[in-house]
Design a protein around this ligand. Structure first.
Ligand SMILES: NC(=O)CC[C@H](N)C(=O)O
Length: 373
């Protein structure tokens, strides 16, 4: 087999703990980032290309990664966004009628360093107990003191602005120019499947860079605004928060997903905090408090909005809660067409239980447009 030689590799955590593994392929490399884990059993390609993962070393808890290869259309952005991959068994071969490439080729094309043969169950238990922290994966295993020094210089995710690293530099359009509705979307790390979900509901979308002003977005003549998911700490995104305040006052519908949800909360004076461990997986249970129905959702976040501040804010209503830990999973602004969720109704990867949120957004857009016509 082509990739027979594997080098010894390690995961070195910021607290000095070491887990052993092997390089994927015959490759010498080193990658730094915040270590986090995703429990999804499928959807690795969508997860690896999700811009919200920028700067993170991802541990996959499924026992096999790569077994169904990759497919050119199943990407959530134009490149791999994770900083490195840590897995148990890496499958160099794949079996899938419509696959285009092996995962190894796909990761090599993206120059992404991956290590396998790690006891991921032990690693995940460790992170669960000790919380999210920075780490390095490397084949440079004889140079520990130097690595520890470099690792101590990697900035903490708390306070880190990363949206500018993944956002588009210039505005672009998505969908049919003749569509019935126009949406101005703020790209602070947008996933492609969000655009597909908006576009297929008869919308023409103009996607704006992370630092676009409200006035630039308004000049498109939108019927509604959208604020995307994305990486890093939401609090340093002062330009996005300022734009969100004006979107909210505009009277037009506003929908925020994940980082966008956190920005809407911050625009209402609610603070955010770094969680002990985030929620990353494709089966997170949510309760919709308005309907009393449960939803199984796709999630990927390491920050959350402050629950007490949300509850005591007279303008806000909590619409969804996470059933595992009762964190806030969705809010709306009372008497306005503004709402947001901490999870991913666009799925990709994951279930489509929360697809109705896109329909809800378009119902708001239609009734808002008819009122202002
Ligand atoms: N998927 C996202 O938008 C994540 C938002 C934010 N970066 C967090 O980790 O909480």
């Amino acid at each position: 087999m082509k990739y027979k030689t594997k080098r010894n590799a390690i995961v070195l955590l910021a607290d000095g703990t070491i887990f052993h593994g092997k390089s994927v392929g015959d490759r010498e490399s080193t990658a730094f980032g915040e270590v986090c884990f995703n429990t999804g059993m499928t959807g690795y390609q969508e997860i690896f290309t999700d811009p919200s993962y920028y700067g993170q070393l991802l541990v996959t808890t499924n026992a096999h990664i790569g077994n169904y290869g990759t497919q050119v259309e199943e990407v959530e952005s134009d490149s791999v966004k994770i900083a490195g991959l840590i897995c148990r068994n890496f499958s160099y071969n794949y079996s899938r009628a419509l696959g285009n490439k092996s995962l190894q080729e796909f990761l090599d094309d993206n120059n992404l360093f991956a290590i396998s043969d790690v006891d991921t169950r032990a690693l995940v238990s460790y992170i669960r107990d000790h919380g999210a922290m920075n780490a390095v994966i490397t084949t440079d295993i004889d140079n520990l003191e130097q690595l520890k020094k470099q690792l101590s210089e990697v900035p903490s995710m708390k306070g880190l602005e990363l949206a500018s690293k993944v956002s588009v530099k210039e505005p672009y359009f998505f969908g049919d120019e003749e569509a019935s509705y126009r949406i101005a979307a703020l790209d602070i790390g947008i996933k492609k499947n969000i655009l597909r979900n908006l576009g297929k509901r008869d919308a023409y979308i103009k996607v704006f860079p992370h630092n676009a002003t409200f006035e630039e977005m308004q000049a498109f003549g939108p019927d509604a605004f959208f604020i995307s998911n994305g990486p890093g700490d939401p609090e340093p995104l002062t330009e996005a928060i300022a734009a969100a305040k004006k979107m909210i006052s505009s009277g037009k519908p506003v929908f925020g997903i994940c980082l966008g949800h956190q920005i809407i909360a911050l625009a209402n004076g609610v603070s955010t905090y770094k969680m002990h461990n985030g929620h990353r997986g494709i089966n997170h249970p949510i309760l919709n408090l308005r309907t009393g129905k449960g939803e199984i959702t796709s999630q990927n976040h390491g920050f959350a909005i402050n629950r007490e501040e949300t509850e005591s804010n007279p303008d806000l209503e909590i619409t969804h809660v996470h059933l595992n830990d009762k964190t806030v999973a969705g809010i709306r602004i009372k008497n306005k067409d503004v709402f947001s969720v901490q999870y991913h109704p666009e799925a990709s990867a994951g279930p489509n239980d929360a697809d109705y949120l896109f329909d809800q957004f378009f119902e708001m857009i239609k009734s808002n447009a008819s009122q202002t016509a």
